[in-house]
Design a protein around this ligand. Structure first.
Ligand code: SF4
Length: 551
């Protein structure tokens, strides 16, 4: 008998941890188990073909909020071409909402963590009177490492999920994990041995799915220390609670090399009254101080989350959170929107409070008593703009100064107007276009010394990543281009003899930067006016202040 375990992931680089657990759960039984990882981007026919060709007797699908719609379509069509197949559904989307798939008549639903329930179902030959099978608690220590050496070809270069602890200590009213009763941690030695195996698989990133990774402080610190000690260039991603970070954490984390550790930090709101209603106690002044310490003492890339549509929050309240969070200069801010998930306390409160949300996944709020639909739409556009103008990291030098002078939300609003006037698709704006509109914004909405400084900062940001000595017309780079043209040979020889003979650097393709603002020269160029940016084969261009007599 053949069991085929199928996931629909958000992209090719993702993988689905649950399938590997379930594959291992039926190990030793008389089944052939195959894993098929598809993506939401594939057509219905491509997905049907992949499943049909594998000729499953039992088909298991892992259902999440983002793939529920696709899986409903797949089940309907599969019933026509594989009428005998036994369909088993699991995952968060069916665990708390067993009726969501009732009309598609799955043979079995597995609710909650599925390892034990799925094994029992398999032991009974997938012939069981109960159609809904509830989970039974199984300690993580009894669950083997999910991936096998033979999975390497399939997993290399992908984002791999790893679970070192289960359950969540927090009780956020909108989250299904708040209903977890048991907390469970793998012993440290097991985690270290698993990490060694993960590194062997050469993934693109290892993402710990642990809900509150740093709840158990000593355990978390020991894992961070181990991750830092590894001889690898793989980044490790953790979800951490910022209120729980302590001096010892900063001291350990300050030793992490570039790109070794990434943090995801759910802030959701800076307003204490909101945080009290959603039962997510947090002290914004402490969080802000900890975010700043992370930025000062470590090279950890910080991805922070805010949620729009929380109870009692109107547009100015969301704006305050965006302003306050961007002032701490995270690498990325994701402005998400409240989802009303069945099975959460929020789903009951939302009816009482008069919320409106979408009938189908992802059940996102359409309006709240404090946030009308038009303002939700506006915030969605702002969210896309944050992705394009902040999260890509292209304008880091510009933003560092802008947030000293003005509120970031007001700036985003002005940039939004320029992008809408230019008919740009906000979810994907070409890099040159983004620079041109940033340049137009500096020209239009800034004056005097601040405008001169920001124009320099924008050209500097362009030079950090430019592949050649070319500037978009709007960047006013005449001084840079003419200086390079006139003095290319002298500067090239000077760089070669005075500076680098480094094989990672392509000296011939240097780019000249020339500043006009005295303040900018003091901040970045030791009072000189010019710099050379040199193409590096990996990462951002290298920067050298030009102290040559010609400059
Ligand atoms: S939102 Fe995060 S912290 Fe809150 S209950 Fe869910 S998993 Fe836990």
């Amino acid at each position: 008998m053949k069991i085929v375990l199928v996931a629909f992931n958000a992209s090719w680089t993702h993988s689905c941890l649950a399938l590997y657990y379930l594959r291992n759960a039926v190990s030793g039984l008389d089944y052939e188990a195959e894993i098929i990882e598809l993506t939401l981007k594939q057509s219905l026919n491509e997905a049907l073909e992949a499943i049909y060709v594998s000729q499953p007797d039992v088909l298991c699908l892992s259902v999440y909020i983002w793939n529920a719609g696709v899986i409903k379509n797949i089940i309907q069509e599969l019933r026509k071409i594989l009428p005998q197949v036994i369909i088993v559904l699991g995952g968060p989307e069916v665990s708390y909402n067993e009726n969501a798939f009732a009309e598609f008549k799955p043979d079995y639903l597995v609710k909650g963590y599925g390892e034990l329930a799925f094994r029992k179902l398999a032991e009974q030959g997938f012939e069981c009177n109960d159609k809904v099978i509830a989970r039974e608690f199984l300690s993580l220590t009894e669950i083997p490492f999910p991936y096998r050496a033979e999975d390497k070809a399939q997993l290399t270069g992908k984002l791999l999920y790893y679970e070192a602890s289960r359950g969540c200590a927090c009780k956020c009213i909108y989250c299904l994990s708040s209903r977890e009763e048991k907390l469970d941690w793998l012993p440290l030695e097991r985690v270290k041995s698993d990490l060694d195996k993960l590194v062997q698989l050469k993934p693109k990133v290892v993402k710990f799915v642990d809900r509150c990774f740093n709840l158990k402080r000593d355990w978390a610190r020991a894992i961070w220390e181990y991750v830092i000690s590894l001889d690898t260039d793989i980044p490790f991603h953790f979800e951490v609670h910022p209120d729980w970070l302590e001096a010892e954490d900063f001291s350990i984390l300050s030793k992490a090399p570039q790109q070794r550790i990434q943090f995801e930090i759910g802030i959701q709101s800076i307003h204490p009254q909101t945080l009290a209603i959603i039962r997510r106690p947090s002290d914004w002044s402490l969080v802000r101080a900890n975010l700043r310490l992370l930025n000062e003492k470590t090279v950890i890339a910080l991805h922070v989350d805010l949620i729009a549509g929380l109870p009692g929050e109107d547009l100015p309240a969301v704006q305050d959170s965006i302003n306050a969070v961007l002032q701490t200069q995270p690498a990325e801010l994701q402005l998400g929107f409240l989802k009303i998930l069945k099975g959460t306390e929020m789903s009951e409160k939302a009816i009482e409070w008069g919320y409106k949300w979408t009938e189908v996944a992802p059940y996102q709020v359409l309006q709240t008593p404090d946030l009308p639909f038009e303002e939700i739409i506006l915030l969605e556009k702002i969210s896309s703009l944050i992705n394009q103008y902040w999260n890509k990291g292209d304008f880091a030098t510009v933003w560092t100064k802008v947030i000293e002078w003005r509120k970031p939300y007001d700036c985003l609003l002005e940039l939004l107007k320029l992008n809408l006037d230019a008919d740009n698709q906000l979810h994907s704006i070409d890099r040159v276009k983004r620079f041109e509109l940033m340049s137009a914004w500096i020209e239009q909405d800034w004056t005097g010394e601040q405008q001169t400084y920001l124009s320099d900062a924008l050209r500097w940001d362009w030079c950090r990543k430019a592949g050649e000595a070319w500037f978009p017309a709007s960047l006013k780079a005449e001084k840079c281009l003419s200086f390079r043209k006139e003095h290319y040979q002298e500067i090239y020889e000077w760089l070669k003899t005075e500076y680098w003979q480094h094989e990672d650097l392509n000296l011939k393709r240097f780019i000249v930067f020339s500043a006009s603002s005295n303040e900018f020269c003091d901040d970045f160029l030791l009072g000189y006016t010019k710099a050379a940016f040199i193409n590096r084969r990996s990462g951002d261009n290298a920067c050298v202040t030009l102290t040559h007599p010609l400059c």
